[in-house]
Ligand binder design. Structure first.
Ligand SMILES: NC(=O)c1ccc[n+]([C@@H]2O[C@H](COP(=O)([O-])OP(=O)(O)OC[C@H]3O[C@@H](n4cnc5c(N)ncnc54)[C@H](OP(=O)(O)O)[C@@H]3O)[C@@H](O)[C@H]2O)c1
Length: 275
């Protein structure tokens, strides 16, 4: 999708070929690896040259999926996910706050529905996205005196390259080998479950980010201001979450094929007992 008329988009990416594609769409482009402090600093200075030191909106979108049973994770891998999904946002906010205050701007942090529900084999991803939500809620208070707003996207399923990132595998001896097929189904879940077209998602996020925050009465009763629930499954997740955590837990039990898992792993245990 090209940039919306009237907005000057400064797109960042870490790969030169991606930057070239974005430039072709008419955006300014700046290289950025969000996990590299030096790269963030360089990006900050280049962006300041383009926008004269005023940044209206900072979108923290870079992310890494992490699908692996909690019993099979490796901590260096977990740390890398937190670097990309959580610590990079903290670093970007600190680095760009001068330009955001100058513009009385807005920060958009891309979180996920997985932050509010159990997402089978996604404990690390869920934890990283829940951290983004918790961080953002408090950041919102701390930045209010400076006129900088914080918006969180409770992103549902959206078409992207996320499921083609390198997949983790179940290690030899994993207690989940009996349900390998469910693990593999889950690896691509976000791309096969009411998945929303990318441009539809992006258009709505842009439109909502340009709205003023003055809460309509419905918004103030039913939702925290500037919490953006959109994408596949987002509406039902919002509804379940609003009714209570137990609803999300109950629905997730079936959605993530727990009855089948209980049966297969139970059978496995019974077989081992017999041997
Ligand atoms: N798609 C969904 O269903 C969904 C649902 C909920 C939340 N989200 C969130 O949406 C955001 C975008 O993800 P996506 O689904 O669009 O997946 P994606 O297609 O894999 O996009 C992730 C992007 O992050 C970039 N990135 C990763 N590490 C980076 C780094 N260190 N520095 C700079 N860029 C980096 C990747 O760049 P490279 O191409 O160079 O790796 C890639 O462009 C993520 O925060 C994700 O968690 C997505």
């Amino acid at each position: 999708m090209g940039p919306r008329p009237g907005l000057h988009v400064i797109a960042t990416a870490r790969r030169p070929e991606v930057l070239a594609e974005l430039a072709e769409l008419g955006m300014s482009t700046v290289a950025l690896d969000v996990t590299d402090a030096e790269s963030i600093k360089k990006c900050h200075d280049e962006v300041a040259k383009i926008n004269g030191g005023k940044l209206d909106i900072l979108v923290n979108n870079a992310g890494r999926t992490h699908t692996h049973p909690a019993l099979d994770i490796s901590l260096p891998d977990v740390r890398a996910t937190f670097e990309t999904n959580v610590f990079s946002i903290m670093a970007m906010v600190q680095a760009f706050i001068d330009q955001l205050i100058a513009a009385r701007g807005l920060i958009i942090n891309i979180s996920s529905l997985s932050s509010i529900g159990p997402y089978l084999f996604g404990s690390v991803y869920c934890a990283s996205k829940a951290a983004v939500c918790a961080y953002s809620r408090t950041l919102r208070l701390e930045l209010a005196p400076f006129g900088v707003r914080v918006m969180v996207s409770m992103t549902g399923t959206v078409r992207s390259n996320t499921a083609s990132q390198g997949h983790r595998v179940l290690p030899e001896g994993s207690l989940y080998r009996r349900v390998k097929h469910i693990f593999e189904w889950r690896l691509v879940f976000s791309q096969n479950s009411s998945t929303m077209d990318t441009a539809t998602f992006a258009r709505k996020l842009v439109a909502d980010s340009l709205r003023s925050e003055t809460p309509g009465w419905l918004r103030s009763v039913f939702g925290r201001p500037d919490w953006f629930w959109y994408g596949g499954l987002a509406r039902s997740a919002w509804f379940g979450h609003t009714l209570g955590e137990w609803v999300v837990d109950a629905v997730s039990w079936n959605k993530f094929r727990m009855p089948e898992i209980m049966k297969l792993i139970g059978e496995d245990a019974a077989q081992k007992k017999r041997l």
